[in-house]
Design a protein around this ligand. Structure first.
Ligand code: GLV
Length: 329
């Protein structure tokens, strides 16, 4: 009996690739080349499964060109690179990797928020540059995190994990805005209160963005939104580039309209808006919020679990449901 064939679109952990090779005829990408869409299609033709990450474009034209495809399994939780409706229309199951990264990603979001509020990278750069000559009372003064008002935009699993850290660990007042409200039993233990978006923007000291990206959340935070925030506030984006208008953010940071920011994701990444690179009060990291070794391994193993189940006629552990009409905000 011929084995199903699988394309692993990026270089992944050897233990996971070896596990998949037990079950499938596997084509790997050991050079870790970022294939063009055309090359991806070419390599995927005739294969039943594909292992993807955050960026490979699985769009309608690709699935139409690959009629044998049965399973698109991503090791990421976000799946804005996959046209889920087009996959479903052709009977292709899409899976993502929720849950396994929640706590690690929340740790990182919190760390970024603290780094921006307390100006850690900015002051480190100053020290490394050799410019430190004396201590001073107003030296790199920033904003407090403990006891401040934390705002969460998007309140899924990761948003709730950040709220829990803020409420229980740092005595923060937690506000959130999301398309759907949490049940009171879910709000109470993390001290979270739903508010409309305008109230959230006006009242928070530290805003953390964790909404999924889609047409409804494109530039959800634009110049007019930034103008509603306190000039001492921080903004942290660990969701997806494109949720925040990076050019408007750079302008708000530069003009003092906003205190500081921290970004792990960028519109058009790995390119970063040049205006951001020239601003000192923004912390910039290369899309690594889930990047602890145990978590990245667990994410990859979950994608492998899904492929092994689906291509052997079983059920996926974490299928992505059919899309709803609008993204959660
Ligand atoms: C990373 O951004 C992910 O969606 O898992």
């Amino acid at each position: 009996m011929t084995r199903p064939s699988l394309l692993i679109a990026r270089r992944i952990f050897p233990a996971v690739a070896e596990r998949l090779a037990v079950h499938f005829d596997v084509e790997t990408n050991d050079a870790d080349t970022l294939w063009s869409r055309e090359e991806l299609i070419q390599r995927l033709r005739g294969k039943q499964g594909v292992f993807v990450t955050t960026g490979e474009p699985i769009d309608a034209a690709l699935v139409a060109a690959c009629p044998e495809l049965k399973a698109v399994c991503s090791m990421a939780v976000g799946y804005n690179n996959i046209d889920v409706a087009a996959c479903h229309a052709r009977g292709i199951t899409v899976t993502n990797a929720p849950d396994v990264l929640t706590e690690t990603t929340a740790d990182f979001g919190f760390a970024l928020m603290m780094a921006a509020a307390r100006r850690i990278p900015e002051s480190e750069h100053f020290l490394r540059s050799g410019a430190w000559t004396k201590w001073a009372p107003d030296f790199f003064v920033g904003a407090d995190v403990h006891g401040a008002t934390l705002g969460i935009l998007g309140m899924g699993r990761i948003g709730q994990a950040i709220a829990r850290r803020g409420h229980l660990g740092f005595g923060m007042n937690v506000l959130y805005h999301n398309r759907s409200r949490l049940a009171p039993e879910a709000e109470a233990p993390i001290g979270a209160r739903w508010v409309d978006k305008a109230t959230l923007l006006a009242e928070v000291d530290h805003l953390v963005i964790v909404v999924p990206y889609g047409p409804a959340s494109h530039h959800l935070i634009a110049a007019a939104d930034l103008a509603q925030m306190k000039p001492t506030a921080t903004l942290t984006n660990i969701a997806r580039g494109g949720v925040v208008d990076d050019a408007a953010l750079a302008m708000a940071l530069r003009s003092g309209q906003l205190g500081a920011a921290a970004l792990d994701v960028f519109e058009g990444e790995p390119a970063v808006h040049p205006a951001l690179l020239g601003v000192s009060n923004v912390v910039l990291t290369p899309h690594i919020a889930s990047a602890s070794l145990p978590t990245r391994l667990a994410m990859a193993q979950l994608a492998a679990d899904n492929l092994i189940a689906l291509l052997n006629g079983g059920e996926a552990k974490t299928p992505v449901p059919a899309p709803k009409p609008a993204a959660s905000t």
